[in-house]
Design a protein around this ligand. Structure first.
Ligand SMILES: Nc1ncnc2c1ncn2[C@@H]1O[C@H](COP(=O)(O)OS(=O)(=O)O)[C@@H](OP(=O)(O)O)[C@H]1O
Ligand SMILES: Nc1ncnc2c1ncn2[C@@H]1O[C@H](COP(=O)(O)OP(=O)(O)O)[C@@H](O)[C@H]1O
Length: 200
């Protein structure tokens, strides 16, 4: 993206990310849930956060409700707008990780290049991609918000999985299969990974 501001310098503070992590007694990273609408991203992020919080981990969830209603309320669902949506969320995630927080994000983030751009913003090991894998058939059967029905009838255009693409992750850190596993199994799988990385 074009860099419009000039004559700006980076102002570093004396308290570093590492200092904050030491104070918190855990590292920080972004746990990036990606998958179709209805795959279980929000449900999983909420349950994983609950577990982490119980273990004394500082957490925050970024999802559509706190981002598309505020920071990104000027964005729709064209390819360009989705890319800008993910770019901004990536930048916010980076700030949250710098603040020492384990940040969980729940966005479809359908484009591989957009997710890789977020990965590139962060240090090694700080971007944990969780592919919330679920067949379109099952997601459509769940249809928790009735949006697939609207997409099939043509009331919503450019809906992910129907007439807009979803590019599957190539090498995600974690894959959970919500049409084959129970919610508890998926939650435990994510928490176990985070525990092994000093994040839980
Ligand atoms: N056209 C279209 N395609 C996909 N999704 C749509 C669309 N229009 C509205 N919605 C609703 O918006 C939620 C997805 O927003 P995201 O910010 O996660 O999308 S993206 O990452 O920018 O692609 C998504 O929420 P989830 O079901 O939680 O994934 C939908 O409820
Ligand atoms: N194993 C599972 N993991 C996650 N969600 C599940 C699972 N089985 C059924 N569900 C249901 O699927 C729906 C997923 O919706 P949601 O979490 O809003 O998905 P997304 O955020 O990806 O759109 C919820 O109603 C949830 O209860």
């Amino acid at each position: 993206m074009e860099h419009k501001s000039t004559n700006i310098t980076w102002h570093s503070s004396t308290v570093t990310k590492e200092d904050r992590q030491t104070l918190n007694e855990h590292k920080s990273a972004v746990v990036w849930f990606t998958g179709l609408s209805g795959s279980g991203k929000s449900t999983l992020s909420v349950e994983v956060e609950k577990k982490l919080h119980q273990h004394g981990v500082r957490t925050y969830i970024l999802d559509g409700d706190n981002v598309r209603h505020g920071l990104n309320k000027n964005l729709g669902f064209s390819k360009e707008d989705r890319t800008e949506n993910i770019r901004r969320i990536g930048e916010v995630s980076k700030l949250m990780v710098d603040a020492g927080v384990v940040t969980l994000t729940a966005f479809i983030s359908p484009y591989l290049a957009d997710r890789e751009a977020v990965r590139a913003l962060l240090d090694a090991g700080e971007f944990i991609e969780v592919y919330v894998k679920c067949s379109l058939e099952e997601a459509e059967k769940r249809d928790p918000k009735g949006l697939y029905k609207k997409a099939r009838s043509g009331e919503i255009k450019g809906f992910t999985g129907i007439d807009a693409p979803y590019e599957e992750p190539v090498a995600p850190e974690i894959t959970v299969e919500t049409d084959r596993q129970t919610l508890d199994e998926s939650v435990e799988q994510v928490v176990e990974y985070l525990r092994n990385k000093g994040l839980a």
